[in-house]
Design a protein around this ligand. Structure first.
Ligand SMILES: NC(=O)c1ccc[n+]([C@@H]2O[C@H](COP(=O)([O-])OP(=O)(O)OC[C@H]3O[C@@H](n4cnc5c(N)ncnc54)[C@H](OP(=O)(O)O)[C@@H]3O)[C@@H](O)[C@H]2O)c1
Length: 358
């Protein structure tokens, strides 16, 4: 029996989750939540750019809970603790990309409310995404060939010009003058979920870190930048970096780094790795590079189309975790306690066509 899934929102990530759920014979789309009023009443397929699915998006949360789905594929702009508690209390499992790994970044009270709801509803929640999420798993797997691990670092180094989510990016500091004293705090708060990823990786490695520290930096635009969804004045922040470090005995044991830049004109002109790089200092030293390329038949009409690849790699770690989270013991679950998660259900000979190619 396929797992019955409700898709929560159809934004950048949600659209790709929805398409993946429809494409995977091990999953069945049974409902779709619309945050936007104008999406309510539309077929979920139309919202995701695929043929109609027969599932109509709704804003009526109680109707979606009444469907008694096995899982909610949770991709809202922000995690809503009351909403999560409601699902988990009702016995509905959650696979999220919305800034959730262990729940610590939401505050201890919120984390405990979520854990308690899981116990009451005998349900479980997992949070993933590309990074944090899959990139951390890549770091953990890469460390599995070492007999000494001094430090695992995971770097995401990308041009995020095509990522249109100003509501989540502006609070991190984009567009601010570089002299703004609030910038370190904004970056720390906006990337706090990487601290959860440090906790998750330490847990998977059976160590406890003594402290978790966030170091941050920024770069400025050397020309005015109009991204459509965001305007950045010359001299203001157009590049952000953060390093979330789990330290043991005063030294870095886990270092989760992001370097995001927008546009071509940046000072300092940060070089990019254009992907994900795991580096392990230990015995042996290990370097694992994850690069993303479009398939030969990929039809990209714009840079935004290429960004779809970024949304696929963000949504699929959570979608692929749905069968595991449906079987997991109640509680907040992470890669530290879930079984091997693969791309099961996506090995196929035919693809769901784009809506406009029908
Ligand atoms: N771990 C990772 O690798 C990773 C990477 C990227 C993103 N993420 C996370 O994944 C989640 C989804 O990202 P996204 O890029 O898909 O987000 P998004 O497209 O910017 O927004 C998601 C949805 O939120 C709803 N929404 C729109 N405006 C809103 C507002 N003002 N207040 C509340 N909700 C609003 C809309 O729902 P409707 O579609 O129903 O109208 C929208 O589609 C976010 O939490 C993001 O931080 C994780």
């Amino acid at each position: 029996m396929p797992h019955r899934v409700v898709q929560w929102t159809t934004g950048n990530v949600g659209r790709r989750s929805l398409r993946a759920i429809v494409a995977n014979p091990e999953l069945e789309l049974v409902g779709c939540y619309a945050w936007s009023e104008d999406k309510a009443g539309c077929d979920a397929g139309a919202l995701a750019g695929i043929p109609d699915t027969g599932v109509v998006a709704t804003r009526a949360i109680e109707d979606l809970i009444a469907l008694e789905p096995d899982c909610i594929s949770y991709n809202p702009m922000w995690p809503d603790v009351d909403e999560l508690v409601r699902f988990l209390d009702a016995g509905i499992n959650v696979a999220a990309t919305a800034a959730f790994i262990t729940g610590h970044a939401l505050g201890e009270e919120a984390r405990q409310r979520i854990e308690a709801a899981c116990q009451r509803g005998q349900s479980s929640i997992v949070g993933s995404g590309m990074n944090p999420g899959f990139a951390n798993l890549l770091g953990l797997v890469s460390a599995g060939i070492c007999d000494r691990i001094d430090c695992i670092s995971v770097l995401e180094s990308v041009d995020s010009t095509g990522y249109n989510s100003p509501e989540t990016e502006l609070p991190i500091g984009y567009g601010r003058p570089p002299t703004d004293t609030a910038l370190p705090d904004m970056i720390r708060q906006g990337t706090a979920v990487f601290g959860d990823a440090v906790i998750m990786m330490a847990d998977a490695l059976h160590v406890e870190v003594d402290e978790i520290v966030c170091e941050s930096g920024w770069a400025v635009a050397t020309k005015p930048l109009d991204l459509g969804y965001m305007q950045i004045e010359e001299g203001c922040v157009a590049g952000i970096e953060a390093s979330w470090q789990g330290r043991i005995d005063g030294r870095k044991a886990i270092d989760l780094k992001v370097r995001w830049r927008k546009g071509q004109d940046l000072e300092p002109d940060w070089p990019l790795e254009h992907g994900y790089l795991v580096e392990i200092e230990g015995q042996p030293c290990v370097k694992t590079r994850l690069e993303i390329r479009p398939p030969p038949d990929f039809q990209a009409k714009s840079f935004e189309d290429f960004m779809q690849l970024g949304m696929i790699i963000t949504s699929l770690p959570a979608v692929n975790a749905i069968p595991a989270i449906c079987k997991a013991a109640p509680g907040i679950r992470t890669y530290a306690d879930l079984p091997l998660i693969t791309g099961a259900g996506f090995v196929r000979s035919s693809y769901i066509p784009e809506r406009d190619s029908k």
